[in-house]
Design a protein around this ligand. Structure first.
Ligand SMILES: [Zn+2]
Ligand SMILES: [Zn+2]
Length: 271
C-alpha cells in the first residue's frame, strides 16, 4: 500500500521556502490525497528557524482556510513540529510531531542540526570533545519527547547523525552510541507512537539514508514500532523526495494519517 501523503512540511512561516498554497498545488500535482503542515514551534531562545508567536496564529488561520478551500480535492491538515523546548504547549492541532533540535547545557540551548561546523564547535565546547557524551544527552531527552510535547509522531529519531554521513563525528556502531539509542528507542516504543522515516537529510544532500538510519528502522520495526514516511520538506520540489525507493524498501512498516486516525492513535485530533 502506498500512501500519497506527507505530514512533515515547512513553509515560509518558518524556515521553508514556499507558501502553503504553493505546497498544496505541488501536492495536487503529485496526486497526494493528504498534505499536513508542521511549522516549527516558537522557541524564544532562538527565533532563526521557528514561527513567531504572531506568525503561528496567521499560519493556523491560513492552513484552516486552505483546508476548506480544497475540501474534496485533498485533505489538508494543520500540524506543528513541537520542539522539546518550545515556549508554548501545542493545542488545537490535528497532530504534533515531537522533535529534539537542541540540548540544554549550562543554561545554553545548544543546536544540533545547524551545520557541520557549528556541530563540531558545539561538541568541543559543550561536551569537551566527546561526541558520545553529546549522543547520550540527546537520546536521554528524545526518550521523553512524547510525554513532554504530547507528540503523535516521533520526529527524526537520529537527527544527530545528519552531518555524520561518513562517520566523521562518531561511529554509529560504537556501543556507547548504540546503548544510548536503544534506551531511547525502547522508551519511545513503549508509547506506541509512530516514528518517522524522514528523508530530509537525503534531499539536502547530507546523507544517503533517512532518519532513522536503516539499522534503527529495522530495530524499531522488529520491536513492534510503526512509521510514517515524511520528507521534512523545506522546498516544494522535495515534497516526496525518495518516497518511491523507500516505499519499495519499507512499505510493510509504514502507516498513514488516516490509518492512525482509525486506530485512534491521534490524541490531539480535532478535525
Ligand atoms: Zn526537525
Ligand atoms: Zn522539520
Amino acid at each position: 500500500m502506498i500512501y500519497r501523503e506527507n505530514l512533515h512540511t515547512h513553509t515560509c512561516y518558518c524556515d521553508g521556502d514556499d507558501t502553503p498554497r504553493a505546497l498544496v498545488q505541488q501536492a495536487l500535482e503529485l496526486g497526494f490525497d493528504t498534505l499536513g503542515f508542521s511549522g516549527h514551534s516558537f522557541t524564544s531562545f532562538d527565533d532563526s528557524c521557528c514561527m513567531s508567536r504572531e506568525g503561528t496564529q496567521r499560519y493556523c488561520r491560513e492552513i484552516r482556510t486552505l483546508a476548506k478551500e480544497y475540501a474534496g480535492k485533498i485533505q489538508i491538515l494543520l500540524g506543528i513540529e513541537q520542539d522539546f523546548y518550545a515556549d508554548d504547549p501545542a493545542s488545537g492541532y490535528d497532530y504534533i510531531i515531537g522533535s529534539v533540535h537542541y540540548v540544554e547545557k549550562n543554561g545554553v540551548y545548544v543546536p544540533l542540526d545547524l551545520s557541520p561546523e557549528n556541530f563540531a564547535e558545539n561538541i568541543s565546547r559543550f561536551w569537551g570533545g566527546d561526541p558520545y557524551a553529546m549522543c547520550r544527552d540527546y537520546f536521554a531527552l528524545l526518550a521523553q519527547v512524547v510525554r513532554h510535547t504530547g507528540a503523535d509522531i516521533i520526529g527524526h529519531f537520529d537527527v544527530i547523525t545528519k552531518f555524520n554521513g561518513n562517520g566523521n563525528f562518531f561511529d554509529e556502531s560504537d556501543p556507547r552510541y548504540r546503548r544510548a539509542a536503544i534506551e531511547a528507542a525502547d522508551a519511545l516504543l513503549a508509547t506506541g507512537k509512530p516514528f518517522e522515516i524522514n528523508t530530509g537529510p537525503m534531499s539536502r544532500g547530507w546523507r544517503k539514508v533517512p532518519h532513522p538510519a536503516p539499522a534503527w528502522i529495522e530495530y524499531i520495526a522488529a520491536n513492534g514500532g510503526t512509521f510514517i514516511l515524511s520528507s521534512d520538506c523545506h522546498r516544494k520540489a522535495h515534497l516526496d523526495f525518495a518516497f518511491d525507493s523507500l516505499y519499495t524498501k519499507y512499505g510493510a512498516y509504514l502507516t498513514s494519517f488516516s490509518k492512525l486516525k482509525q486506530d485512534h492513535k491521534y490524541e490531539n485530533l480535532c478535525l
